[in-house]
Design a protein around this ligand. Structure first.
Ligand code: URA
Length: 425
């Protein structure tokens, strides 16, 4: 591999020049090995955020991140594989009901998931609220469960795209998360390395998402769909609203409870709608002809959920942790709920202990926010709007302020946004 000086690569991007394939291969490899220092990669990430990258640069950067680690070979799995990735949101527990549902329809679903950081929740934190459940599986355990149960949700192994693990942690503390080339290559390097045959991306748009407006979300979706298709992964994207939290529960155990309600045939309408919309896309992309609504109704998805949780040491019947303290927030006047801001509710849940400030912090499984109203609901003064739950009472005041600001009561009914805003194939 050619050798470069990191500072020349940084200068080239800073001055708006596209990086060559050799420069990209070198800088990603050298950063993974610790030859390029964090401060140099920080400067390069900022130059990429400000200057952007051409499609060819993004494709090469993604390939270099994949090449930094191993690629899983899922050819031993006999069913078609289909995965879903969400760019992250508030109350986004869709992976929990979706994975067993799509498996119950005949696909194998390899879900390598992450933990929450900041105001967005993480699937692994939610599942770890189930007594006994373990997130770490070896590659062999992962493949065996995928074949036997058809559904796995677990942590990505250390060997998968290590360049991304290092770079993502750096971006998180250098204000460079929101660069489309870096988000797209980060997500797609892991998904391509994981070996799935089909992939459905749920690109979130709105206050609770990384992408705040529809146009940037579309650009991110197009970039990722192209990267997937060019690597032989049948990829499509849905753009979905994240201005309001998904469902009525935001936290860890409370989101597991809501997901189980969906698997039992109930649950909030928006969670059911998005679960079914993503399931249909995954099944079509995997070439499976099945109706997920019927499968959900039959109870087969619940059976797969139980099998999936048990396979990873969890007890699906065990009671989930409940927070020690509860406080309710009430409406101070009559009116109509104009908005429930996803970012504000996400931040409140985080302050209550559902999320972490640093990667090594523990989360409180019982903490979170329960929404008692949705945009468009009429309320009377004194009605309960939100329930705040925390293990540590000292966490409640700051969360209360954040949560109170997130619910806006007006006089006129708001125009309600659609949940699925666009589809990019
Ligand atoms: N999720 C990822 O895996 N990477 C990003 O850059 C953003 C969200």
């Amino acid at each position: 591999m050619s050798e470069f000086a990191a500072v020349d690569v940084i200068r080239a991007k800073r001055d708006g020049h596209p990086l060559s394939d050799a420069q990209i291969d070198w800088v990603v490899d050298a950063y993974t090995k610790g030859i390029v220092a964090d401060e140099q990669m920080s400067a390069l990430a900022m130059a990429i955020l400000l200057r952007g990258m051409t499609p060819a640069e993004i494709a090469r950067w993604t390939a270099a991140m994949i090449a930094s680690g191993e690629r899983l070979d899922l050819s031993s799995v006999t069913r078609p594989t289909a995965d879903k990735h969400s760019t992250g949101g508030v109350g986004d527990k869709i992976t929990l009901p979706l994975t067993p549902l799509v498996a119950a329809c005949g696909a194998a679903v390899p879900q390598l998931s992450g933990r929450g950081l900041g105001h967005t929740g993480g699937t692994l934190d939610k599942l770890e609220s189930i007594p006994g459940w373990r997130a770490q599986l070896s590659n062999d355990e992962f493949k065996r469960q995928l074949q036997d149960v058809g559904a796995v949700i677990c942590a990505a192994g250390e060997g998968l795209a290590p360049a991304d693990r290092k770079l993502y942690a750096l971006r998180d503390v250098t204000g460079t998360v929101e660069a489309i080339p870096l988000i797209a290559s980060s997500i797609m390097s892991k998904k391509i390395a994981e070996g799935t045959g089909a992939l459905v991306l749920d690109v979130k748009v709105g206050s609770g998402a990384f992408m705040k407006d529809l146009e940037s979300a579309r650009e991110l979706a197009r970039t990722m769909v192209r990267l997937g298709q060019d690597s032989g992964v049948n990829t499509i994207a849905l753009l979905t609203d994240m201005s309001t939290p998904l469902g009525l529960a935001v936290g860890n155990a409370v989101e597991v409870t809501e997901s189980v309600e969906v698997l039992a045939g109930g649950g909030p309408a928006d969670v059911v709608e998005l679960t079914l919309a993503l399931a249909r896309e995954m099944l079509t992309a995997a070439g499976i002809d099945a109706d997920p609504a019927k499968v959900l109704e039959s109870g087969a998805a619940m059976d797969t959920w139980r099998a999936m949780i048990r396979a990873q040491g969890g007890d699906p019947e065990a009671p989930l942790p409940v927070a020690r303290e509860t406080e309710v927030l009430r409406a101070t006047a009559d009116g109509v709920v104009s908005s429930v801001d996803a970012y504000g509710i996400g931040l409140a849940a985080w302050r209550l202990g559902a999320g972490r400030a640093r990667k090594e912090d523990p989360v409180s499984f019982g903490a979170g926010v329960l929404l008692k109203v949705r945009p468009g609901d009429e309320v009377r003064a004194g009605d309960v709007l939100l329930e705040l739950r925390a293990d540590d009472p000292a966490r409640i005041p700051a969360a209360r302020d954040e949560a109170a600001e997130a619910v806006v009561i007006g006089t006129e009914p708001p125009t309600l946004t659609k949940l699925v805003l666009d589809r990019i194939a």
